[in-house]
Design a protein around this ligand. Structure first.
Ligand code: NAD
Ligand code: TYD
Length: 349
């Protein structure tokens, strides 16, 4: 039995990942640490909360004593770090917490994993670690910055982040790389494109548009709506992370993406069509400052080297996703009834 420390497992991707691991890898015990910020929701995990392979710790990845205690009480084999502030718009109004969680939190996890895993933690020259351990940093294609009309992000594209969110994720990636180069830590970094699927917080494009369509509220499209994102179903992302955890060469970065570029206005059109809302709800609003025009992933490395390919077509994935939100109104209503109202008013009015 191996033990995996998942951080941020009560969020969108983390909760989908925890359920994938508990469902398909019965030889892995999962410890999920999550601070339960506005984005963390234990309701996402209610199907697995009684699972004997699962335990939850309510805590902050920046809390060094707590992280140290988790490593000392458990023989952790893998760390998969999802915990982050993840929304670009929030990073524009309040960057501080992005640096704290995304950068400093990553450093605490790296340090404590190193301390627990290094055979001789006192020897700064030694690069020997317990057999089979690995730290995986869940990163994003946004660290590469923006593309023009052509080209793709490869793993060697220089980092050129534009938002406080992507700058904090790029900083974390650089720390992970430094721990590999300097200390020989067994690490991987994955950089995925935009995810969609069940349990995504409705501040992000797709669930926000679904929610507003069902409530017949305006659909705020930034700028001209022609910005392009490369969409991947969350379950394909989670399988990609497991593939890299199992087979990724140490110290390597793997991009994860499914060759599915769509302009935002196309996405909004699809959501309108699938929810039966009116196109009159579309409202072009002032653009996001520093808005990246286009993201697109070259997935050659993960597909050819590790044999990962996405299972979902976008058509299947979006159909199923819209249906999930329509069939789970209480999930979205619980979220949007509280603090979300204040966020929404401040952001869009
Ligand atoms: P999310 O905002 O839905 O979830 C983040 C989770 O982290 C929440 O449960 C939150 O409570 C927790 N958290 C925040 N600060 C914490 C702290 N200090 N200590 C412990 N837990 C904390 O985010 P998501 O969309 O699920 O993204 C997860 C990860 O994947 C992030 O690292 C993000 O950068 C990365 N990523 C996201 C996407 C995407 O499209 N959503 C794409 C590529 C990469
Ligand atoms: P988002 O889901 O915030 O992801 P990211 O900024 O990390 O790519 O946004 C996806 C795209 O949708 C992005 O180009 C911004 C745009 N967008 C809107 O046009 N309106 C909105 O209300 C939101 C939340 C996003």
């Amino acid at each position: 039995m191996n033990t995996m420390l998942v951080t941020g497992g009560a969020g969108f991707i983390g909760s989908n990942f925890v359920k994938l691991v508990l469902g398909e890898y019965r030889d892995i015990r999962v410890i999920n640490i999550d601070a339960l910020t506005y984005a963390g929701n234990l309701e996402n995990l209610k199907d697995v909360e009684e699972d004997e392979n699962y335990s939850f710790v309510h805590g902050d990845i920046c809390d060094r004593e707590l992280i140290k205690e988790i490593f000392s009480k458990n023989k952790i084999d893998y760390v998969v770090n999802f915990a982050a502030e993840s929304h670009v718009d929030r990073s524009i109004t309040n960057p501080d917490v992005f640096v704290k969680t995304n950068v400093l939190g990553t450093q605490v996890l790296l340090d404590e994993a190193k301390r627990a895993w290094k055979l001789d933690p006192e020897d700064k020259y030694s690069k020997e670690y317990r057999e089979g351990v690995k730290y995986l940093q869940v990163s994003t294609d946004e660290v590469y910055g923006a593309l023009g009309k052509t080209g793709f992000f490869t793993e060697t594209t220089p980092l050129s982040p534009n938002s406080p969110y992507s700058a904090s994720k790029a900083s974390a990636d650089m720390l992970v790389k430094a721990y590999y180069t300097t200390f020989g830590m067994p690490v991987n970094i994955t950089r995925c494109s935009n995810n969609y699927g069940p349990y995504q917080f409705p501040e992000k494009l797709i669930p926000l548009m679904i929610n507003n369509c069902t409530k017949k509220e305006a659909l705020p499209v930034y700028g001209d709506g022609m910005q392009i994102r490369d969409w991947l179903h969350v379950s394909d992302h989670c399988r990609g992370i497991m593939t890299v955890l199992e087979k990724g060469r140490l110290g390597e970065v793997y991009n994860i993406g499914g060759n599915n570029e769509k302009a935002n206005i196309e996405i909004v059109g699809l959501v309108i069509e699938k929810t039966g809302a009116s196109r009159d709800l579309i409202k072009y609003v002032k653009d996001r400052p520093g808005h990246d025009r286009r993201y697109a992933i070259d997935n050659t490395k993960i597909t050819t080297e590790l044999g990962w390919t996405p299972r979902y077509t976008f058509e299947e994935g979006i159909e199923e996703t819209v249906r999930w939100y329509l069939e789970n109104p209480s999930w979205i209503n619980n979220i949007t009834s509280g603090e979300y109202q204040n966020y929404y008013k401040k952001m869009y009015n």
